[in-house]
Design a binder for this molecule. Structure first.
Ligand SMILES: Nc1ncnc2c1ncn2[C@@H]1O[C@H](COP(=O)(O)OP(=O)(O)OP(=O)(O)O)[C@@H](O)[C@H]1O
Ligand SMILES: [Mg+2]
Length: 181
Protein backbone atom coordinates (compact mmCIF):
# COMPACT_ATOMS: atom_id res chain seq x y z
CA UNK A 1 0.00 0.00 0.00
CA UNK A 2 1.49 3.36 -1.01
CA UNK A 3 0.28 6.46 0.82
CA UNK A 4 1.10 10.14 0.89
CA UNK A 5 0.87 12.61 3.76
CA UNK A 6 1.17 16.38 3.46
CA UNK A 7 2.13 17.33 7.01
CA UNK A 8 3.42 15.94 10.31
CA UNK A 9 -0.14 16.16 11.60
CA UNK A 10 -1.38 13.95 8.77
CA UNK A 11 1.35 11.41 9.48
CA UNK A 12 0.20 11.37 13.14
CA UNK A 13 -3.39 10.83 12.00
CA UNK A 14 -2.22 7.99 9.77
CA UNK A 15 -0.44 6.42 12.75
CA UNK A 16 -3.60 6.70 14.86
CA UNK A 17 -5.60 5.02 12.10
CA UNK A 18 -3.05 2.20 11.93
CA UNK A 19 -3.45 1.64 15.67
CA UNK A 20 -6.95 0.39 14.90
CA UNK A 21 -5.61 -2.69 13.12
CA UNK A 22 -2.85 -3.59 15.59
CA UNK A 23 -3.18 -6.64 17.80
CA UNK A 24 -1.16 -7.72 20.84
CA UNK A 25 2.08 -9.37 19.73
CA UNK A 26 2.55 -7.28 16.59
CA UNK A 27 5.98 -5.99 15.64
CA UNK A 28 6.00 -2.95 13.35
CA UNK A 29 9.30 -2.01 11.68
CA UNK A 30 9.48 1.70 10.84
CA UNK A 31 12.10 2.59 8.24
CA UNK A 32 13.21 5.80 6.57
CA UNK A 33 16.09 8.25 6.59
CA UNK A 34 16.86 10.78 9.34
CA UNK A 35 13.93 13.11 9.83
CA UNK A 36 11.63 11.15 7.56
CA UNK A 37 8.94 11.06 10.25
CA UNK A 38 9.37 7.71 11.97
CA UNK A 39 8.92 9.10 15.48
CA UNK A 40 6.03 11.26 14.28
CA UNK A 41 4.25 8.17 12.96
CA UNK A 42 4.86 6.29 16.23
CA UNK A 43 3.41 9.25 18.17
CA UNK A 44 0.25 8.86 16.13
CA UNK A 45 0.09 5.13 16.79
CA UNK A 46 0.47 5.93 20.49
CA UNK A 47 -2.44 8.35 20.45
CA UNK A 48 -4.56 5.78 18.62
CA UNK A 49 -3.67 3.12 21.20
CA UNK A 50 -4.59 5.41 24.08
CA UNK A 51 -1.09 6.34 25.28
CA UNK A 52 -1.46 9.33 27.59
CA UNK A 53 2.24 10.12 28.04
CA UNK A 54 4.19 12.12 25.45
CA UNK A 55 5.95 9.78 23.05
CA UNK A 56 9.50 10.99 22.44
CA UNK A 57 12.49 9.65 20.55
CA UNK A 58 13.86 6.66 22.48
CA UNK A 59 17.35 6.96 20.95
CA UNK A 60 19.21 6.93 24.25
CA UNK A 61 17.11 4.34 25.99
CA UNK A 62 16.69 1.83 23.14
CA UNK A 63 13.28 0.65 24.27
CA UNK A 64 10.64 2.62 26.09
CA UNK A 65 7.31 1.15 27.24
CA UNK A 66 4.10 3.20 27.21
CA UNK A 67 0.93 2.13 28.98
CA UNK A 68 -2.22 2.27 26.87
CA UNK A 69 -5.43 3.46 28.47
CA UNK A 70 -8.38 1.62 26.86
CA UNK A 71 -10.63 4.60 27.62
CA UNK A 72 -8.42 6.80 25.41
CA UNK A 73 -8.14 4.31 22.62
CA UNK A 74 -9.53 5.05 19.16
CA UNK A 75 -12.23 2.57 18.17
CA UNK A 76 -10.72 -0.51 16.58
CA UNK A 77 -11.52 -1.32 12.99
CA UNK A 78 -14.90 -3.06 12.84
CA UNK A 79 -13.52 -6.30 11.45
CA UNK A 80 -11.19 -6.62 14.46
CA UNK A 81 -13.91 -5.89 16.98
CA UNK A 82 -13.66 -8.25 19.93
CA UNK A 83 -9.90 -8.66 19.63
CA UNK A 84 -8.04 -8.38 22.93
CA UNK A 85 -6.79 -4.84 23.56
CA UNK A 86 -3.19 -3.68 23.34
CA UNK A 87 -2.06 -2.69 26.85
CA UNK A 88 1.53 -1.63 26.23
CA UNK A 89 3.27 0.05 23.30
CA UNK A 90 7.02 -0.61 23.17
CA UNK A 91 8.91 2.06 21.23
CA UNK A 92 12.45 1.14 20.18
CA UNK A 93 15.09 2.92 18.12
CA UNK A 94 17.91 0.78 16.74
CA UNK A 95 19.78 3.65 15.07
CA UNK A 96 22.71 3.55 17.45
CA UNK A 97 23.15 -0.19 17.36
CA UNK A 98 26.00 -1.10 15.03
CA UNK A 99 25.94 -4.80 15.54
CA UNK A 100 23.02 -7.09 15.08
CA UNK A 101 24.30 -8.94 18.15
CA UNK A 102 23.25 -6.03 20.34
CA UNK A 103 19.83 -6.17 18.83
CA UNK A 104 19.64 -9.87 19.56
CA UNK A 105 20.57 -9.11 23.19
CA UNK A 106 17.58 -6.82 23.40
CA UNK A 107 15.40 -9.80 22.54
CA UNK A 108 12.77 -7.34 21.50
CA UNK A 109 10.60 -10.00 19.96
CA UNK A 110 10.40 -11.65 23.37
CA UNK A 111 9.36 -8.37 24.98
CA UNK A 112 6.27 -8.46 22.87
CA UNK A 113 4.13 -10.43 25.21
CA UNK A 114 0.47 -11.13 24.79
CA UNK A 115 -0.67 -7.63 25.52
CA UNK A 116 2.05 -5.50 23.89
CA UNK A 117 2.94 -4.26 20.43
CA UNK A 118 6.44 -3.10 19.44
CA UNK A 119 7.24 -0.23 17.09
CA UNK A 120 10.88 -0.31 16.02
CA UNK A 121 12.53 2.66 14.31
CA UNK A 122 15.29 1.60 11.91
CA UNK A 123 13.81 -1.85 12.37
CA UNK A 124 14.65 -2.82 8.79
CA UNK A 125 18.27 -3.45 9.82
CA UNK A 126 17.06 -6.09 12.24
CA UNK A 127 14.51 -7.65 9.95
CA UNK A 128 16.05 -11.14 10.11
CA UNK A 129 15.59 -11.15 13.89
CA UNK A 130 11.89 -10.49 13.74
CA UNK A 131 10.94 -13.06 11.15
CA UNK A 132 8.38 -12.73 8.40
CA UNK A 133 5.32 -11.67 10.36
CA UNK A 134 6.17 -8.01 10.83
CA UNK A 135 4.40 -5.02 9.37
CA UNK A 136 6.95 -2.83 7.64
CA UNK A 137 6.40 0.88 7.10
CA UNK A 138 8.80 2.97 5.02
CA UNK A 139 8.76 6.77 5.02
CA UNK A 140 10.38 8.65 2.15
CA UNK A 141 10.74 12.36 1.53
CA UNK A 142 8.22 13.76 -0.93
CA UNK A 143 8.48 16.53 -3.48
CA UNK A 144 7.88 19.28 -0.94
CA UNK A 145 9.33 19.73 2.53
CA UNK A 146 6.14 18.58 4.22
CA UNK A 147 5.27 15.69 1.93
CA UNK A 148 6.10 12.08 2.72
CA UNK A 149 5.52 8.89 0.83
CA UNK A 150 4.55 6.06 3.15
CA UNK A 151 4.86 2.48 1.93
CA UNK A 152 3.27 -0.25 4.02
CA UNK A 153 4.34 -3.83 3.39
CA UNK A 154 2.40 -6.75 4.76
CA UNK A 155 3.69 -10.29 4.97
CA UNK A 156 3.04 -13.57 6.69
CA UNK A 157 0.41 -13.38 9.40
CA UNK A 158 -0.73 -9.94 8.18
CA UNK A 159 -2.46 -11.29 5.10
CA UNK A 160 -5.85 -11.89 6.82
CA UNK A 161 -5.78 -8.29 8.14
CA UNK A 162 -4.72 -6.71 4.87
CA UNK A 163 -8.22 -5.64 3.84
CA UNK A 164 -8.87 -4.00 7.24
CA UNK A 165 -5.52 -2.24 6.96
CA UNK A 166 -6.27 -0.86 3.52
CA UNK A 167 -9.66 0.39 4.74
CA UNK A 168 -8.10 2.06 7.78
CA UNK A 169 -5.59 4.06 5.72
CA UNK A 170 -7.62 4.74 2.59
CA UNK A 171 -7.72 8.49 3.31
CA UNK A 172 -4.02 8.69 2.47
CA UNK A 173 -3.84 6.35 -0.52
CA UNK A 174 -1.58 7.80 -3.19
CA UNK A 175 -3.47 7.67 -6.44
CA UNK A 176 -0.71 9.35 -8.43
CA UNK A 177 1.03 7.49 -11.22
CA UNK A 178 4.48 5.90 -10.90
CA UNK A 179 6.26 8.85 -12.49
CA UNK A 180 4.35 11.32 -10.33
CA UNK A 181 6.65 10.44 -7.44
N1 LIG B 1 4.39 14.72 6.23
C1 LIG B 1 5.21 14.69 7.30
N2 LIG B 1 5.25 13.57 8.07
C2 LIG B 1 6.07 13.49 9.14
N3 LIG B 1 6.91 14.47 9.54
C3 LIG B 1 6.91 15.61 8.80
C4 LIG B 1 6.07 15.76 7.67
N4 LIG B 1 6.29 16.98 7.16
C5 LIG B 1 7.22 17.56 7.93
N5 LIG B 1 7.60 16.76 8.93
C6 LIG B 1 8.63 17.08 9.94
O1 LIG B 1 9.71 16.18 9.78
C7 LIG B 1 10.26 15.87 11.06
C8 LIG B 1 10.20 14.37 11.31
O2 LIG B 1 10.87 14.09 12.49
P1 LIG B 1 10.84 12.67 13.19
O3 LIG B 1 11.58 12.81 14.47
O4 LIG B 1 9.47 12.12 13.24
O5 LIG B 1 11.69 11.81 12.14
P2 LIG B 1 12.47 10.45 12.39
O6 LIG B 1 12.34 9.69 11.12
O7 LIG B 1 11.97 9.79 13.63
O8 LIG B 1 13.95 10.93 12.59
P3 LIG B 1 15.18 10.14 13.27
O9 LIG B 1 15.81 9.35 12.16
O10 LIG B 1 16.06 11.23 13.75
O11 LIG B 1 14.63 9.28 14.35
C9 LIG B 1 9.47 16.64 12.08
O12 LIG B 1 10.14 17.85 12.34
C10 LIG B 1 8.16 16.90 11.36
O13 LIG B 1 7.50 18.06 11.82
MG1 LIG C 1 12.98 9.10 15.33
Amino acid sequence: VVLRTGSAGQTRELGAALAGVLLPGDVVLVAGELGAGKTTLVQGVGSGLGVADAVTSPTFTLVRPYRCDPARRRPVTASLDGASPVRVMLHADLYRLDRLGEVADLALAELVEESAVALVEWGDVAEPLFGRDTLEIRLDMGRTEDQRRVTIMTAGSWEPRRAALVTAVRTWVDEGSEDDR
